[in-house]
Structures are given as C-alpha cells and as structure tokens.
Design a protein around this ligand. Sequence first.
Ligand SMILES: *Cc1c(COP(=O)(O)O)cnc(C)c1O
Length: 412
Amino acid sequence: MSDTKYGFTTTILHNDRSKSIEQGSLHKPVHTSVAFGYNDARQLASVFQGKEPGFRYGRQGNPTVSALEDKVTKMEDGVGTLCFATGMGAIGALFQALLKSGDHIVSSSFLFGNTNSLWQTVAGQGVDVAFVDATDVANVEAVLTAATRMVFVETIANPRTQVADLARIGQLCRERGILYVVDNTMTTPYLFRPKAVGAGLVVNSLTKSIGGHGNALGGALTDTGLFDWSAYPHIAPNFRKQPSQAQGLAQLRAKALRDFGAALGPEAAHHIAVGAETLALRMDRTSSNALALAQMLEADERVAAVHYPGLASHPQHGITSELFRAAGSLLSFELVDSIDPFDYLNRLQLGIPASNLGDTRTLVIPVAHTIFFEMGAERRASMGIAESLIRVSVGIEDTDDLLADFRQALDA
Ligand SMILES: *Cc1c(COP(=O)(O)O)cnc(C)c1O
C-alpha cells in the first residue's frame, strides 16, 4: 500500500494490513503475552542483540503497541514512534533519556499544568528551564545559551489557547541545531503536522483526541526524521552505531521506556487504535462545534472573554488559519463578575464537569480551582489564567443542542 496515494483516514484504516495479517484479523489482535518465546535459543540471542527484529519482553515492545506506533508514525509523517503509558510518560522520557545536569531548555510558559509541574521538578534536578512567551520567537531567541538542548512548545496551549510562533521557532532551532519538540495534543496530526515547521520530535497524548473516547491512557513520541542526532551530545556510544535518524528513538527506547518502564499496555493500545480510525471525522465535528459555541459566547454580553483561535479576535488567529486545518476542540471563557462560574457549570445539562480533553462528550472545568489550583494565584496570573476561567473540551454532540445548553445556563 503506497502511503502518499491515500488520504489521512484511508491510510490509518488500512495501515494494519501493511504488515502480516494474523488469521485474517482486520484489526490488530490484542497480544497480552508479556514474554515472546523462540524455539531456537540462538534466535532469542540475536533478537536481544538487535541483529534481527522480534519481540522479547513487553516493557520494550509488543505487537499490538507496535501496530499503533506504526499508525502514529503515518499520522505524523515521521520515521518512527514510541508509545508510552501516558502523555506525561512520553514527555518525561525527554528528560530521562536526553537531558543531563547542566543542560538548559527553553519552554513555552503557556503549558498543560502537569508539564509545567514536570519542568519545575526537572529544574530541581540540574536542568535549567527558561519559561518564555512562545507566541513570539524573539522571546525564545533572547534566552538561548550554549547549553540549550531543546525548545519545547505546545501548538494550541491548554487552557488559554495561545498559539506558539511555530514556524519561526522551527526556523530558529534549525539555524542553531537545537532539538525542537512540539506537543501536538491539542491540534492532533489531522489538524497540523509539526514536521511542517521543522519539529524534530512530536509529542501526542493519545489519551485525548487520538484515542478520543475517554477509555484509555496513552502517549507517544514521534521522530520526524528532521533532527540530526549525530550532532546531539548525549547519545551513548552504543546508539551511535545506528544511522543518525534512528539514534534518538533508540536511546529513548532504552533509557526511558526500558529503564523507567512507562510502557503502554496492549489493551489500551487497542482502544486507542480503534479510536484513531475516526480522528478526522471527530476533529471536523468538534472543531465546527467549538467555533459555533465560541461565536455564540463572544456575542453575549454576559461573557467577559472568549479564547478560541478560530475567532477573528484571537491574537494568533492569523497563524491558526495559516497552519491548522481547523482550530480544534478546546476553548475557554470568562463570565462577567456577577455570574458565579460554579453556579453556571451546575446549570449545564450536557457539559459535564470533568477533567479530560478530546472526549466525544463535552467536558467543562473551572480551571483556577482544579487543574491549576496547586500552582497558586501568582503563577496563574503570569500564565494569563483568570480566576473565573472555564475550560471547555467540545464534544461531538449535535451543534444546536450544545449551543442551546450553554445559552440556557446563561439565561437562568
Ligand atoms: C493531557 C495532556 C498531556 C498529558 O497527557 P496524559 O495522557 O494525560 O498523561 C500532555 N500535553 C497536553 C497538551 C495535554 O493536554
């Protein structure tokens, strides 16, 4: 099957048939075996030594997980993917496998809360983290040092929806030979491929829109093939023997996945692979629902602010229209002071108060009191998080039903 011949969804649906088909099974079977046995002990040894392909122990690889890795690689147009138990497992792997004490990294300050917390942890372990407003490449350039190993940004930041200066940061990293890591969770590879702006590694939380049904945790790191690992200082000598393109993932597999053990389970991989088949359909629907809801809220005087990159009023609307197929399913808004956000949320019939993103159902959460509570008011303010901010992960409900629900909760 030639990959470039087909569109996004056709490629994902038929990818399992590109490798051996077991018993005619159209979907990759769920392989629950932890160990993989060989009749010939010499063959086991040569699999261990990397002389021939094969599975040995579930923490380092599993056929069901491997089939999902192939799918994510296709989605991102990369050269390889490693799956992890969660999105945080994938992001943590960057630190575990690629950074050393004395290194410096630059991160967007507009980040998923747990990634923000992870970078604070890393900062206590000898890696210096510079947080910058990544909506302007000049802020990134200003803090680069000779020790900068990595620049990390999200495409559309959760929850305030700032869009990083993706293409210019990619250009800067290319010029300086710095690894550019883009967390593509909010856009997904259907709306945007970070490879197009020069990313070397792409992060996806598979828990969110790719799995899409709130029934499995998972994460992935995809190597786009653009980064020259032969120039990266921390690749261990045994991985240097491989071609440059393979060195990064080889070290990530051994130093992060094997040594730290955040392996994705086969059942979760199966749920995610099935969910991924409808990614494009769901993203089209959630993006158009989110735009309609954002427009309705923006036109209402009881709403003080709406943050959605699909709105013409959004500061990065230009970049959004240029780079993304649509603006995605995440929006956030602030009510006027006279409306209590908790009372408002309790009046919603369809929007469910819950902490997840990219589910088929619409989920709502009062940000400052939940997911961003731990960091305190000062840091929230520095990240542009209003105390009344409500985050909405827009689902695939019928558009009219969704708009009517958010309107009746304002009217009440
Ligand atoms: C949820 C999320 C993560 C972490 O993913 P988990 O699967 O929950 O560990 C990372 N980045 C972004 C942007 C996310 O929304």
